[in-house]
Design a protein around this ligand. Structure first.
Ligand SMILES: Nc1ncnc2c1ncn2[C@@H]1O[C@H](COP(=O)(O)OP(=O)(O)OP(=O)(O)O)[C@@H](O)[C@H]1O
Ligand SMILES: [Mg+2]
Length: 373
């Protein structure tokens, strides 16, 4: 414990010094996109929490990209690092424990692509909210109960456009409320408690849209809502995306939502990407045994099943991850000889479809038998 604390202290100091540096030369954070059609490219991102119990490798080498104007769905069970990935992109990790410890997050800015992991705090403040914004899960915790929603929306506008005059601001507030479909007389003078759950979530979406972001991160945007409102909010997001030509990074537990909304899907498991591809690839040809399990565990209309499938076992402890495939102990297709070795590399199944599993590769080549390990 003492050792861990001393090590953490050293790390905090190092990260703090980095953060406090003034006049960081541009050459340190300006970068090149691998594909200029992408808005964001995560490249081997590692986000760790240096806690007293040890280092939690919440995100451990995540690589995927978000193409411009597309919706990408991130799925995976609770605790697999979905929120931490998005918070890394916003640089909103809980400090000093939470830190980006390696890898790059290339963001295709208008002027020049930059590496979000290295940009100075001042520039990040310009990007956050203005260019990349986030819709949080709980509308009630994102809104301040003692200010009217009009005040809260104007505050954001003022922060990002200090020169805007009062009249323009009022007009923009109404425009935003109209955009999310809740404009009515005097609505901007309402307090959050005077609105329904769905209306509050719409206000939160309006706040995220206030500065015409190029990328919207939606972390479980509909979890707190009932099914009818959920459908309305998803429709709204889809329409807005086309209207302002933004990209969406949609994080959710709900595979139905992903199937409806996403162009591309990334499946995460224990801090790593295990499979990625177009929505078609993932829903029609899931390859990784974990994705296959996820697909089996969702209810399907017009099909009678006695009991829904549940994946046996638990996610391994994030502090001491094994060196072999993290899913090995829960996997029905596992073969000790192969799966007990190094963590499997990402292999290409097609131009768009990638999977990190030895057995997928093998099944294609040899069709080997499982021994249940
Ligand atoms: N502030 C923190 N300190 C220590 N560990 C953290 C912290 N925040 C997150 N973690 C750990 O990081 C891992 C990933 O968490 P994350 O919130 O990204 O999960 P998630 O995939 O978003 O799950 P959910 O679907 O439940 O929202 C978890 O093991 C969690 O315990
Ligand atoms: Mg989360």
């Amino acid at each position: 414990m003492k050792e861990i604390k001393a090590l953490n202290k050293k790390m905090y100091k190092k990260f703090n010094q980095e953060k406090k540096r003034n006049n960081v030369p541009e050459s340190e954070y300006v970068t090149e996109m691998r594909n200029p059609q992408n808005i964001v490219e995560f490249d081997n991102l590692k986000t760790y929490f240096y806690t007293d119990q040890g280092t939690v490798k919440a995100v451990d080498g995540v690589t995927f990209e978000i193409p411009m104007g597309k919706t990408i769905g991130i799925v995976g069970e609770s605790g697999c690092g979905k929120s931490v990935t998005s918070l890394s992109l916003m640089r909103l990790l809980q400090g000093p424990q939470g830190q980006i410890s390696g890898g790059e997050i290339r963001y295709n800015r208008d002027e020049q692509p930059v590496d979000i992991a290295k940009v100075p705090v001042k520039l990040m403040q310009k990007i956050r909210g203005n260019e990349i914004s986030m819709i949080f899960q709980e509308p009630m915790t994102s809104l301040n109960p003692v200010f009217t929603i009009g005040d809260q929306l104007s505050e954001i506008l003022k922060l990002h456009n200090p020169d805007m005059d009062k009249k323009d601001m009022e007009e923009r507030v109404i425009e935003l409320l109209r955009l999310v479909g809740i404009v009515r007389d005097g609505i901007s003078d309402s307090y959050p408690h005077e609105l329904s759950g769905g209306m509050k979530q719409r206000v939160v979406i309006a706040m995220a849209l206030a500065c015409n972001p190029r990328l919207i991160i939606a972390d479980e945007p509909t979890t707190a809502l009932d099914v009818t409102i959920q459908a309305q909010i998803l429709d709204l997001l889809r329409n807005l995306k086309d209207k302002i030509n933004a990209s969406i990074m949609l994080i959710t537990h709900d595979l139905g939502v992903v199937a409806e909304m996403a162009d591309y899907v990334v499946v995460m498991y224990a801090g790593r990407v295990v499979e990625q591809g177009t929505a078609q690839d993932i829903f029609h040809n899931p390859a990784h045994p974990y994705t296959v399990g996820l697909m089996k565990s969702r209810p399907v209309l017009n099909e009678e099943i006695g009991r829904l499938y549940s994946i046996p076992g638990n996610v391994p402890n994030p502090i001491n991850m094994p060196s072999h495939c993290y899913f090995k102990n829960r996997c029905e297709k596992g073969v000790e000889k192969i799966c007990g070795g190094e963590y499997p590399p990402m292999i290409d199944l097609s131009e768009t479809h990638k999977v990190a599993c030895y057995r997928c590769n093998e099944a294609v080549q040899e069709g080997g038998e499982a021994d249940g390990n």
